[in-house]
Design a protein around this ligand. Structure first.
Ligand code: GCO
Ligand code: MG
Length: 437
């Protein structure tokens, strides 16, 4: 039994609790304190092979900033100018909480839009805003997107070797590491015969450094590669391959048909982005092999009909090329309605911030298919503390609020980008005709 004084004590203690709950409720409905963007800047660094572009968005709250990926390695400095000169001026003093509004208005701030340089700059801003919102909410970004649909992100690893023997060895070592999906390439994109002597060189056409590709050799080598790898690695592993848009639509269709017996998980980017839907319809009518498409896409017009006509199975855009997480979430939702899964682009020319953005989205969408992974070297992990980690073929993000990846700017500056233009060299057939990647 409580005595009179202890009853009064219990009551006042109950009142204090109520008052505290009231305060908490008031704070909760007040939302977050007002915030302004004070500065936006591009940071360029190259701790591994690619020129990485990361965008930092600073706010008037001391220590509160966000990071986004804007990596377009072939035009890194152009993206930096777009960020430092244009996006920064546009975003200054605006409210970082209104991500959708900022995306929409920044998107049309140049009037002309949807090119890779501006989309990457926009992506840097967009991802950084999601990072800031996550930090404000005290939640990882995947929580803001609705929470986890899976415990981690299943990935595929890229095996590329110059001989079949070595390729088998590498693929088997990846399987032993725990990867369930391995992408197989003989030589670089377009096969092993992608350099060396060629008639156009002897004729003095183009420049000596231009690359030679024998499409015929490439087309002949891929079915044999699949047959060998399937026999050597067994039925369990999923095998993938990237045509990298090198061959003509007719050749691509003929090649993919021949791969059917080896049950590819999917074939990547069989056609360049330019040909029309008619080729995709023909491809669909001729083979059941799943098709993944889109790493070169920038513009919603490039994917909308492919998805709504169910002409592809996986959409694999480069998140920063399409403008960041905000458009990617809409793209994923569109694809979900048409039974198309995702396979976001995850090559070395994506920063750890971009890999984390891929993964946060992968975790939260129901129609996730697979994620391309890139191993990060030690220098990259040092420059970007909190980078995603890999175990048994799965990618993990940490549970820190936001995207969970930081940047050590002083260390980043110790890995300057190379200043040469970074142009993609022409790739030519024997007579010198240019082949599009
Ligand atoms: C892939 C890609 C890349 C691109 C590269 C271009 O599937 O990972 O094809 O390797 O070639 O991102 O810079
Ligand atoms: Mg590719």
């Amino acid at each position: 039994m409580l005595g009179a004084s202890s009853l009064a004590g219990a009551l006042s203690c109950g009142e204090t609790r109520l008052a505290r709950a009231d305060e908490q409720y008031e704070q909760a409905i007040k939302g977050l304190p007002p915030l302004k963007i004070t500065n936006v800047k591009a940071i360029l660094t190259r701790p591994a092979t690619a020129r990485l572009v990361v965008v930092k968005v600073e706010t008037n709250e001391p220590g509160l900033y966000g990071l986004g990926c804007a990596t377009f390695t072939q035009r890194a400095q152009a993206v930096a100018v777009a960020v430092d000169k244009f996006i920064a001026a546009f975003a200054k003093d605006r409210d970082p909480d209104n991500i959708e509004d900022l995306w929409q208005t920044a998107y049309t701030s140049s009037y002309w839009r949807n090119g890779p340089v501006l989309n990457n700059a926009l992506s840097g801003l967009d991802m950084a805003l999601w990072d800031i919102k996550g930090k404000r909410a005290g939640m990882p970004v995947y929580q803001l997107f609705g929470g986890k649909c899976r415990f981690a992100v299943d990935t595929y690893k890229r095996a590329g070797e110059d001989s079949l023997e070595k390729l088998v060895e590498t693929a088997q070592s990846y399987i032993a590491e725990g990867y369930r999906h391995v992408r197989i390439q003989l030589g670089g994109y377009g096969g092993t015969k992608i350099s060396g002597e060629a008639a156009f060189k002897q004729a003095g056409f183009g420049l000596p450094e231009d690359q030679f590709i024998s499409l015929k050799d490439y087309l002949n080598s891929v079915p044999e590669m699949f047959a060998t790898l399937r026999a050597a690695c067994g039925d369990d592993v999923e095998l993938l391959h990237d045509i990298h848009e090198r061959v003509s639509p007719r050749e691509a269709i003929g090649l993919i048909e021949q791969l059917e017996p080896y049950r590819p998980f999917f074939i990547e980017d069989p056609l360049p982005p330019e040909p029309n839907l008619g080729w995709f319809r023909q491809l669909r009518n001729r083979t059941n092999v799943p098709i993944a498409m889109g790493e070169l896409f920038n513009n919603p017009h490039e994917w909308t009909d492919l998805i709504s006509e169910r002409l592809i199975d996986y959409i694999r855009v480069h998140l920063s090329q399409i403008g960041g997480l905000t458009p990617a979430r809409k793209l994923a939702a569109l694809a979900e309605h048409f039974g198309v899964k995702t396979a976001w682009h995850g090559p070395p020319d994506v920063s750890p911030v971009g890999h984390a953005a891929n993964a946060h989205l992968d975790l939260a969408i129901s129609n996730f298919g697979i994620q391309e992974m890139t191993e990060l070297n030690e220098a990259t992990r040092d420059v970007f503390p909190g980078s995603p980690t890999f175990k048994d073929g799965y990618m993990y993000v940490n549970e820190a609020p936001g995207l969970g990846v930081d940047i050590d700017e002083k260390l980043a500056a110790k890995f300057p980008i190379f200043q040469s233009a970074g142009n993609w060299l022409p790739v030519r057939q024997a007579d010198g005709s240019a082949v599009r990647p």
